[in-house]
Design a protein around this ligand. Structure first.
Ligand code: IP8
Length: 253
């Protein structure tokens, strides 16, 4: 157990999601600066945005491998790895001892869900002051050949494995929105009543709805998570109010 905080940067926050792999380096530098100013044991996870989702869709990775789309494993992984290198560069440029960790190399799935995911070396990195930077990735799958594992699925696995008490998801919206207003708290009951729309851009892992489903699994296990606008990263890291949504277990007030 490490008590590490887990922070996920949505793909749409760090790439231009409407085009081919366009990395927002200025945004990355800004976020890296905020993280550097709030030093703590932190695991960073990022989504793929336009560096991975278009490839995953083009090669139909989530339908499984069929002999015709095998090279999609390489192309999808290469695209999101390019983004990972840019995230690590930005953090290192801000003075953070960050290193990229690729799920393709340490995870195995069955039917789209992780069945093994090595995290002991991640705990060691944290213990030595290294910030692991993981990302949604293509992962080999014993039933489908390969599948896409979202950054959100990784967040829930990491939080459970590392015993994290704080999980944050920085997005390009202020939180989960209902009729334009932030929903401050979501549990399973509330989630059923919400009209959460999917992402308008290329997103093979289900946009905001997929995110909430992952976070409800985490909430069931007793860890609350926070969804907030990326401009509030420091407020999440230093524990002051971020004005976003908290996903929590039902039955608590
Ligand atoms: O952006 C998806 O991760 P996400 C990963 O967190 C790939 O959903 C490679 C499409």
């Amino acid at each position: 157990m490490t008590d590490a905080v887990i922070l996920k940067l949505g793909g749409s926050v760090i790439t231009d999601k409407s085009g081919g792999c366009v990395i927002d380096h200025a945004r990355l530098r800004e976020i890296a600066g905020r993280i550097a100013r709030n030093p703590q044991a932190l695991v960073l996870v990022h989504g793929a945005g336009s560096c991975g989702h278009p490839e995953a869709r083009l090669y139909r990775i989530d339908d499984g491998l069929d002999g015709e789309n095998v090279s999609g494993v390489y192309h999808t992984h290469a695209a999101v790895s390019r983004l990972n290198a840019a995230v690590v560069d930005a953090l290192r440029g801000a003075g953070v001892e960050a290193i990229g960790v690729h799920p393709l190399a340490l995870a195995l799935a069955e039917g789209g869900r992780l069945v093994s995911f090595e995290t002991r070396h991640i705990a060691e990195m944290i213990r030595h002051g290294i910030m692991p930077v993981l990302h949604g990735d293509v992962v080999m799958d014993r039933l489908k050949g390969a599948c896409i594992v979202s950054g959100d699925q990784l967040v829930t696995r990491l939080a459970a494995a590392l015993g994290s008490r704080r999980v944050g998801l920085a997005t390009d919206v202020a939180g989960v929105l209902q009729d334009g207003a932030v929903v401050p708290r979501i549990d399973r009951g509330i989630a059923e009543t919400l009209e959460i729309s999917g992402s308008g851009n290329t997103d093979v892992t289900g946009g905001m709805r997929g995110k909430i489903e992952e976070l409800l699994v985490l909430a069931d296990a007793g860890t609350d998570s926070h969804i907030f606008h990326v401009s509030k990263v420091d407020r999440f890291l230093d524990g002051t109010g971020h004005g976003g949504t908290i996903v929590t277990r039902g039955g608590r007030s």
